[in-house]
Design a binder for this molecule. Structure first.
Ligand SMILES: Nc1ncnc2c1ncn2[C@@H]1O[C@H](COP(=O)(O)OP(=O)(O)OP(=O)(O)O)[C@@H](O)[C@H]1O
Length: 514
């Protein structure tokens, strides 16, 4: 017997066929999913499209057993099965890869794989396990280094490892939630191309949530489009145009025209970072002597591969991480990123993972939207209490203006879809007078109509004279919005160019640390 029982050989499991019949999920008074029947043919890559809040996550959570559908059933290889928990889904060969990594960073890839088994051995014989894992990797379309800590892998390698983990667990129906959102375009093509190879060989079936038409048209066989919880259309990708798909997604919702860039005469420096250094959680240098000036009416976009210090830099600027050295200035004055000074200098921002970093998940949408102004009239009453009526009124206005989909102002914000949490936080941050705006990956996980809307909002703030620091892993976003492009690598910024001189190749080299 081999060290690692080869689950594939043992079960001989191949690509799985999956159908949902009349899937319906009701949360209180909200029908999140209504009578959705989809058919994912075995050995195909099936894309699931829909605007933010359309019900994509709810559908896959019902398939995975995270939610119990109000009505409806799942057929696996033509047979109705009860999936009461994710464990049941795994037992049927259905696995899910999330947008965010679920690996343990301090463990190696090998350790992560072995502990992911339902019944890891009590005493692990590593020599045998490694031999078994190497034999497993031999048969896999992509490789990752097995014996280095996951923390030192690139985003692309981590994503590959997440997928490998599912295959190692013998899951032959994979649900991928926006699998390429953390990958460079090159890595995205590589991963999707290899997965497509596995589906074509009949080894795997994939249901992929995506907002990227390019990936859907290039790699998917079939598509299903959801709108407001209902299945609105779909079919063979080859028989549909991008226009067909986008019309199915948003109906006749108007897409906001991108705001034009207003030109300014030489303007003052608003935000200045001088020799900013910061350490990561392990006490190692994360931000290395960053010097940067952002002028009024200017967007400086910081491009870079994730994990090069951008998150720590954003945390420093939003007061969530101490600087180890350096200084910040706004309008030439010393700036300490604390609540009072942020209010004084009108500093607003959207950090990464807004539900975690910029919201209180269990509090209502109205309360979360009121955070910036809960201690100012009219929301604060004379006696220091919050007045619910003005708070709800303001929340209702912002919800309408930013098209946040929520059943009411009183819904806990954690119940909103990912894209709608993002919109609610942006509504809060962009609704006042903004002098400095600091945004990290503002369009992560947003549908195409929202991307257009949010980028226009950012451009509006710039045109009104705000100094905008945009950190984004999406190079296209940086190139589209920025007046100047900076590249962060290894914690430092050693490359800054005006947009007119920005060259993709040179930026790519700087991103790789050259
Ligand atoms: N646990 C919950 N309780 C209440 N409402 C919920 C819950 N989960 C989801 N919803 C609601 O169901 C609807 C569909 O949300 P879902 O997360 O499925 O959308 P989505 O298509 O995945 O959106 P996104 O692209 O933004 O992730 C939304 O209106 C959301 O607010």
């Amino acid at each position: 017997m081999s060290a690692l029982p080869d689950p594939h050989a043992a079960s001989g499991r191949r690509a799985i066929e999956l159908q949902t019949i009349g899937m319906t999920k009701i949360f209180g008074s909200l029908v999140a999913l209504e009578d959705v029947s989809i058919h994912v043919r075995p050995g195909t890559l099936h894309a699931l499209l829909g605007e933010n809040g359309a019900g994509k996550s709810t559908l896959v959570k019902c398939i995975m057993g995270f939610y119990q559908p109000t009505r409806g059933s799942v057929l696996i290889n033509g047979k109705e099965e009860i999936i009461a928990t994710p464990r049941d889904a795994h037992a049927h060969g259905i696995g899910m890869v999330y947008q965010h990594f679920t690996l343990v960073p301090s463990l190696t890839a090998a350790e992560n794989l072995v502990i992911s088994r339902a019944h890891p051995p009590a005493v692990i014989d590593w020599r045998k396990e490694i031999a078994g894992l190497e034999a497993f990797l031999e048969k896999m379309p992509f490789k990752v280094p097995l014996q280095v800590p996951v923390a030192s892998l690139s985003a692309g390698e981590k994503q590959k490892l997440e997928i490998l983990k599912q295959l190692y667990l013998d899951q032959r129906f994979l649900i991928l939630d926006e699998p390429t959102s953390v990958l460079t375009p090159g890595e995205a093509d590589e991963v999707l191309g290899l997965l497509r190879g596995m589906t074509e060989a009949g080894d795997l079936t994939i249901l992929m949530i995506s907002h990227k038409f390019r990936e859907v048209t290039a790699y998917a066989d079939d598509v299903t489009v959801l709108r407001r919880g209902r299945m609105i259309g779909g079919g063979r990708v080859g028989e549909l145009t991008v226009d067909d798909m986008s019309r199915m997604m948003i109906g006749d919702t108007k897409i906001r025209e991108r705001a034009a860039r207003k030109s300014f005469e030489a303007s003052k420096v608003t935000l200045e970072l001088a020799g900013v250094c910061a350490l990561d959680d392990a006490g190692l240098p994360a931000v290395d002597a960053v010097n940067l000036k952002v002028h009024a009416g200017e967007i400086v976009g910081i491009a870079g591969v994730s994990g090069n210090g951008q998150s720590a830099l954003i945390e420093v600027l939003s007061g969530q991480r101490d600087m180890s050295e350096g200084q910040l200035f706004i309008d030439g004055q010393d700036f300490v990123p604390q609540r009072q000074q942020m209010a004084k200098y009108k500093v607003f921002g959207l950090p990464e993972e807004p539900l975690k970093n910029a919201a209180v998940p269990r509090m209502t949408v109205a309360e979360n939207i009121a955070f910036r102004s809960f201690d100012e009239p009219p929301i604060a009453s004379r006696f220091g209490f919050m007045s619910p009526k003005p708070m709800r009124k303001k929340a209702r206005e912002l919800i309408a203006a930013y098209r946040v989909k929520t059943p009411s102002t009183e819904e806990p914000i954690e119940n909103l879809s990912g894209g709608n949490v993002q919109r609610a936080i942006l509504a809060r941050e962009l609704s006042g007078e903004v002098e400095v705006l600091i945004v990290a990956n503002p369009c992560f996980g947003l549908d195409f109509a929202s991307v257009s809307e949010i980028r226009s909002q950012i451009m509006d703030q710039r045109n009104r004279g705000a100094a905008v620091l945009l950190v984004s892993e999406d190079l296209d976003e940086v190139l589209e919005l920025s007046d100047r492009v900076a590249v962060m690598s290894g914690g430092g910024i050693h490359y800054v160019v005006p947009i007119a001189e920005a060259d993709r190749n040179a930026i790519g080299k700087a991103m790789a640390g050259h």
